[in-house]
Design a protein around this ligand. Structure first.
Ligand code: NDP
Length: 305
């Protein structure tokens, strides 16, 4: 059993910013990096909206810099995933592969994952025409014709946001009614750049190194048509990475970790930061901000005990 002051679970912008602040507060934090060290930014190419990088920076390079900065101040990084936690006793127990840790405080920064269609080529073409974030990647599609998949608020928001840059947006939805709120539906439907393809799903993603188009199947008639497009934005929801916390912490209806004041979860001494709690902003810079807050809150809480 290895005893630690503070364990940070997750190594995206939230977890690593928490690590920088906690390390500089002399807490000697351990970051358990997870199955995808660096988090969602590892899957992106160019990041152009992270302040301080006027020429942009590649997502993996940005996360490498975060990690280097945390390690410089004494954070320890463990490239493994947490298998189980026990927050019912103090110190808390965190099981990582073959090692058991105890921690006086824990920061949860496990993030969220985009839900993808699960079709061949989809993952390989992320950053090469396929995206799940219009705020991040919309800019690269200036003057192009793109497709958004989904019928919820995210899909409407992505489609509407994309009209700032693109020539046209086609929203492909598997039913003939949208799930999105009325106001978001109206906004999208009244936008001359947005059109809808109803009762349809993506049957195939076309392109090897770069997205070329989609095969769209009408679910009622079974008819398949080919659609040439430069961009595919998948907006069918996000899933918080909270499976290991079920039964240990309060989660909301959709599985996100709930938090009260000061990044505090339902268990005193367990703090939360980033997309695993925040499903609204979901930006690297906001996640980093939440990571800073959680580390300061954890430090204050630890020193008060
Ligand atoms: P939702 O679960 O609300 O909607 C997902 C959409 O994707 C649905 O239309 C669903 O179809 C469709 N879908 C799901 N799986 C597939 C699939 N495999 N293939 C094709 N289509 C699929 O997720 P959102 O991300 O849109 O929203 C999540 C939450 O966040 C909601 O509560 C929403 O209100 C909120 N939100 C609010 C915003 C705002 O207010 N500005 C912006 C964005 C999100 P079907 O309709 O058939 O189920």
């Amino acid at each position: 059993m290895i005893q630690k002051n503070l364990i940070i679970i997750g190594s995206g912008p939230a977890g690593l910013t928490a690590a920088i602040y906690a390390a500089r507060a002399n807490l000697r934090p351990v970051v358990i990096s997870g199955l995808q060290p660096g988090g969602q930014l590892i899957q992106t190419t160019e990041v152009e909206n992270y302040p301080g990088f006027p020429d942009g920076i590649l997502g993996p390079d940005l996360m490498e810099l975060f990690k280097k900065q945390a390690i410089r101040f004494g954070a320890e990084s463990v490239d493994s995933a947490v298998e189980a936690v026990d927050f019912s006793q103090r110190p808390f127990k965190v099981k990582v592969a073959s090692t058991d840790y105890t921690a006086r405080a824990v920061i949860i920064a496990t993030g969220a994952s985009s839900v993808w269609l699960g079709l061949p080529h989809e993952q390989e073409l992320i950053g090469h025409g396929v995206s799940s974030c219009a705020t991040c990647d919309g800019f690269f599609f200036r003057g192009k014709d793109v497709v958004v998949i989904g019928g919820g608020d995210s899909a409407m928001e992505e489609a509407t946001y994309l009209t700032k840059f693109v020539n046209s947006v086609r929203v492909v939805h598997r039913r003939k009614e949208l799930k999105a709120s009325k106001i978001m539906q109206d906004r999208a439907m009244n936008d001359p750049k947005i059109s809808f393809v109803w009762n349809s799903e993506v049957a195939e993603i076309l392109g090897e190194d770069k997205l070329k188009g989609l095969k769209i199947k009408n679910v009622e008639t079974g008819e398949t048509t080919e659609l040439k497009t430069d961009g595919l934005f998948v907006a069918i929801g996000h899933k918080p990475n909270t499976d290991i916390f079920k039964g240990q912490l309060e989660l909301d209806r959709k599985g996100y970790v709930t938090a009260g004041e000061n990044s505090q979860t339902s268990v005193e001494g367990v703090f939360v930061a980033g997309d695993v709690h925040d499903y609204h902003y979901r930006q690297a810079v906001t996640a980093a901000g939440f990571g800073c807050q959680a580390a300061m809150d954890a430090e204050k809480w630890l020193s008060s005990r």
